[in-house]
Design a protein around this ligand. Structure first.
Ligand code: SAM
Ligand code: DTB
Ligand code: SF4
Length: 327
């Protein structure tokens, strides 16, 4: 077993094998939940959940063909494209997110990769949001070394770039950039000293091995991503993945549990798809290791639960909002 650090007796491993991860997934549900919750409790306050809000700062007209995404120019998804948002609107949205209780503000742009001048404008947004006392995250697509450096120097806290699925299933979903392209961008972000936010999507027609392999890719990175968003596919009319067979909610909970076991120190985020999850399902996700959410009435372009229903759920569960720094 390779280990790069020890904390609370939890050894961080980067050598997970498919048979052991499959075995975690297929054990009896109660055994898996108990194991994951034990890891969770050893590393985090189980009653604290970190809150991030999203804003689409550049919407639609994207050149890529990601089969799940309503922002691709290739699909007819009934979306109005919007150019890069002016600074004052971004700051207004960030202030609103802060007032509602978010600790991190995540700005997403529908680009394959940004131009240098786009990165300069995003850096100004990052500075403005940080000045309000919030953590910042951006997701802009593939980056060059220089752009990554510019973002780091601008004070960016997190960069989101997802692997989305296993390497085997990837080409069924996206053909306009490779899995290796994604790993390269993640490496640049890591090397620049920016916290990594990286996860994937389930419910895209992938099989159990694909889900195991996605989590293995994440856990076997040289360092675990600090944030791991697990998205349930939001099916959008007009996208190729519309009509995919929906995933058994108990399988989604297993996915959260295995992510928690493999990456004991990471914030596992219950991400897109919460609008289609019951309160009880979300409660089980929090029990088994999810400790972050996207909060606010909108994700990037699709709906998310209303803030008052999330606050009511937190109240019913005795869950508090976590402080803003990475544990
Ligand atoms: N364009 C940039 C990129 O793809 O890297 C950043 C924005 S992109 C919308 C960020 C992530 O959102 C995707 O990698 C994907 O994981 C997630 N996402 C997009 N559409 C989704 C959907 N319909 N359901 C669930 N997750 C989705
Ligand atoms: C992530 O993993 N999920 C977020 C964020 N990172 C950028 C995006 C979810 C998008 C869902 C579809 C939409 O609203 O457009
Ligand atoms: Fe473009 Fe990102 Fe959507 Fe892919 S996921 S189509 S790169 S906005």
């Amino acid at each position: 077993m390779s280990a790069d650090s020890m904390n609370n007796n939890a050894v961080l491993r980067h050598d997970w094998q498919l048979d052991e991860v499959n075995a975690l997934f297929t054990q009896p549900f109660n055994d898996l939940l108990f194991q994951a919750h034990t890891v969770h409790r050893a590393n985090f306050d189980p009653n604290e959940v970190q809150i991030s809000s999203l804003l689409s700062i550049k919407t639609g007209s994207c050149s890529e063909d990601c089969g799940y995404c309503p922002q691709s120019a290739r699909y007819d998804s009934d979306l109005t494209p919007e150019a890069l948002m002016p600074m004052d609107e971004v700051l207004k949205a960030a202030q609103n997110a802060k007032d509602q209780g978010a600790s991190r503000f995540c700005m997403g742009a529908a680009w394959r990769s940004p131009k240098d001048k786009d990165v300069d404008r995003v850096v100004e947004m990052v500075k403005g949001v940080k000045a309000m006392g919030m953590e910042t995250c951006v997701t802009l697509g593939m980056l060059t070394d220089e752009q990554t450096k510019t973002l780091k120097e601008g004070g960016l806290d997190y960069y989101n770039h997802n692997l989305d699925t296993s390497e085997d299933y990837y080409s069924e979903v996206i053909t306009t950039r490779t899995y290796q392209d994604r790993l390269d961008t993640l490496g640049r972000v890591r090397d620049a000293g920016i916290n990594v936010c990286c996860g994937g999507i389930v419910g895209m027609g992938e099989n159990e091995t694909d889900r195991s392999k996605l989590l293995i890719e994440l856990a076997n990175l040289p360092k675990h991503p600090e944030s791991v968003p697990i998205n349930m596919l939001v099916q959008v009319e007009g996208t190729p993945l519309m009509g995919s067979e929906s995933l058994d909610p108990l399988m989604f909970i297993r996915m959260i549990a295995v992510a928690r076991i493999l990456m004991p120190h990471s914030r596992v985020r219950l991400s897109a798809g919460r609008n289609d999850m019951s309160d009880e399902m979300q409660a089980m996700c929090f029990f088994t290791g999810a400790n972050s959410i996207f909060y606010g009435d909108k994700l990037l372009t699709t709906d998310n639960p209303m803030t008052n229903s999330d606050l009511a759920l937190f109240e019913r569960l005795g869950v508090r909002s976590a402080g803003s720094s990475y544990a």
